[in-house]
Design a protein around this ligand. Structure first.
Ligand code: NAD
Ligand code: DAU
Length: 335
């Protein structure tokens, strides 16, 4: 019997890497549902579109009818929801699309999981916990204190997931991962933006004092954790995912410049992000001990293979940076 899951947001950065993971490492078939927003790109999954185990459908997760049709026609076993608006700076410019995709979209998927008794995994984020001071780590018991419109929308979605577990008995789990990096990340995010600007000798815009800390994990390590949660995670449980790789932003930027043999004079300190969270850091003890998961890729190795990927894929970079991205970049960085 064919086992098939619905992967939403499968044309985005993490989702498309997850598509590769599932098709290469498991015997599952998949349906990808993606709205192909500015961040979704069929080039990311081009090699799988002709695979008989993979079906791609363009559509929105808020669209109840399309979700119903997919789940019934394709006999879906479970849903893994990667689809979301994901960039904090864009959420500061305009929060509304974040409510539609991240909150309304999650509720429409949960309704279907409830009706058809499906397994459900919500891909959330460590940003729902807010910001840490110099010490401490986020555990699954850290209070939810989102600070940006993006993290508020993700936190709201998490509350809906838990409410569906408690009220209707939906078999759902939540993952909360730290900052991802790797191939095919849209270059609005720190690492690909800095790689591409450095390659082209453009200014590298570092917000504030550059000392904000993020806890980096390679996308492949995130995705192996998501699969463990889908298969073995418990109903109603949250799993933090992280690789204990804290770095401040300026260190990351300098590592990129060094790897590309470029001058630090390209660094330009710019106005800080409003409400900029100071530090994120994950305690992943629960998933490590209960699901026996561990990350495999060190930050040094992962950053260097990521830089190599961008250097070897300039056509992909130029395609995603044409049109909408250019307008966003001008508008955001001119401010
Ligand atoms: P991304 O922006 O690269 O991709 C998001 C994808 O979702 C795109 O393909 C887009 O077209 C699609 N999408 C957006 N709204 C949609 C809608 N309403 N219906 C259908 N598809 C829609 O994002 P990403 O970085 O790959 O993040 C994926 C998920 O992981 C998100 O839920 C995000 O909150 C979470 N997450 C990301 C990180 C990170 O560092 N990037 C870390 C932790 C968690
Ligand atoms: O922690 C998980 C989250 O990580 C995910 O949920 C989000 O979807 C993802 O976008 C990411 O959020 P961040 O805001 O941490 O990522 P971003 O790449 O936008 O920024 C990383 C750090 O770099 C942050 O401190 C802001 C800083 N920054 C970012 C950009 C784009 C700069 O200094 N300059 C920049 O131009």
């Amino acid at each position: 019997m064919i086992k098939r899951i619905l992967i939403t947001g499968g044309a985005g950065f993490i989702g498309s890497n997850f598509v590769r993971f599932v098709l290469n490492k498991t015997d599952y078939s998949i349906v990808i549902l993606d709205a192909l927003t500015y961040a979704g790109n069929t080039e990311n999954i081009a090699e799988y579109l002709t695979d008989e185990r993979c079906t791609f459908i363009k559509g929105r997760i808020e669209d109840n009818e399309i979700i119903r049709r997919i789940c019934t026609e394709y006999d879906i076993e479970g849903i893994i929801n990667f689809a979301a608006e994901t960039h904090v700076d864009r959420s500061i410019m305009d929060p509304t699309p974040f409510v539609l995709s991240n909150v309304m979209g999650t509720v429409s998927l949960l309704n279907m999981a409830r009706e058809l008794n499906l397994r459900y995994v919500q891909i959330s984020t460590d940003e729902v916990y807010g910001s840490l001071g110099n010490d401490g780590l986020f555990t699954e018991y850290t209070p939810i204190q989102p600070t940006s419109p993006y993290s508020a929308s993700k936190a709201s979605a998490d509350h809906f997931v838990m409410s569906f577990v408690h009220t209707y008995g939906v078999n759902a789990s939540i993952t909360r991962c730290s900052n991802n990096y790797g191939a095919m990340q849209f270059p609005e995010k720190l690492i690909p933006l800095m790689i591409l600007n450095a390659m082209e000798d453009k200014a590298l815009p570092v917000y504030g004092d550059g000392l904000n800390v993020r806890d980096w994990i390679h996308v492949d390590d995130h995705n192996s954790a998501v699969w463990s949660v889908y298969k073995s995670g418990k109903k109603g449980e949250v799993y933090n995912i992280g690789a204990s790789s804290e770095q401040n932003n300026i260190t990351v930027v300098k590592m990129i410049l060094k790897a590309l043999n470029k001058s630090e004079s390209l660094i330009q300190y710019v106005k800080d992000r409003p409400g900029h969270d100071r530090r994120y850091a994950i305690d992943a003890t629960k998933i490590r001990t209960e699901l026996n998961w561990k990350p495999e890729i060190t930050f040094d190795e992962g950053l260097s293979s990521t830089i190599e990927w961008y250097c070897n894929n300039m056509e992909w970079c130029n395609n995603v940076r044409s049109g909408e991205y250019r307008n966003y970049y001008e508008k955001h960085y001119k401010q």
